[in-house]
Write a protein that binds this ligand. Structure first.
Ligand code: AMP
Ligand code: ZN
Length: 137
């Protein structure tokens, strides 16, 4: 599927160049061209979906299984101390490219990146939130 104007679909069709690292079935992975650290890899499904909300479970499974294989390879290749797996969904969450993708980000003890800032909420507030979420499941 080549959705009009989608840069990741254009990468799939080779209309935009990329550094491919993996292709297996309907899953494709390539280097982020503005990496957080060297080896930062993006994993996409060949079917164009926007984000986690409209991606079928089967396609998500294939992406996540690929994330495991690629994490192992990136960790070895970059001699990384750790790996972050990330997925930004919707612009409010930082999604810039609207073709669902997983980030595999090599991390190093002294790479200077910070954990996201957690805030303090009371046990009562956490309980309320858990109940609200469970009602939707
Ligand atoms: P997100 O904010 O999760 O949508 O991330 C989009 C990512 O795609 C960013 O990390 C960009 O650096 C990366 N990116 C954008 N265009 C390209 C491209 N042509 N080739 C490789 N990576 C890209
Ligand atoms: Zn696309």
């Amino acid at each position: 599927v080549n959705v009009e104007g989608c840069i990741f679909c254009k990468i799939l069709s080779k209309d935009i160049p990329s550094e491919t690292v993996y292709e297996h079935g309907n899953v494709f992975a390539f280097l982020d061209n503005r990496p957080i650290n060297r080896g930062h890899t993006l994993i996409i499904h060949k079917h164009h979906h926007e984000d986690i909300f409209d991606t079928p479970e089967e396609d998500l499974k294939e992406m996540m299984v690929a994330a495991k294989h690629i994490s192992i390879a990136v960790r070895m290749a970059m001699k990384a101390d750790g790996i972050n797996i990330g997925m930004n969904n919707k612009p409010a969450a930082g999604q810039a490219v609207m073709h669902a993708h997983l980030h595999v980000i090599p991390r190093f003890e002294k790479d200077g990146l910070k954990h996201w800032p957690g805030k303090n909420y009371s046990p009562e507030e956490l309980k309320i939130d858990a109940e609200l979420i469970k009602k939707e499941l």
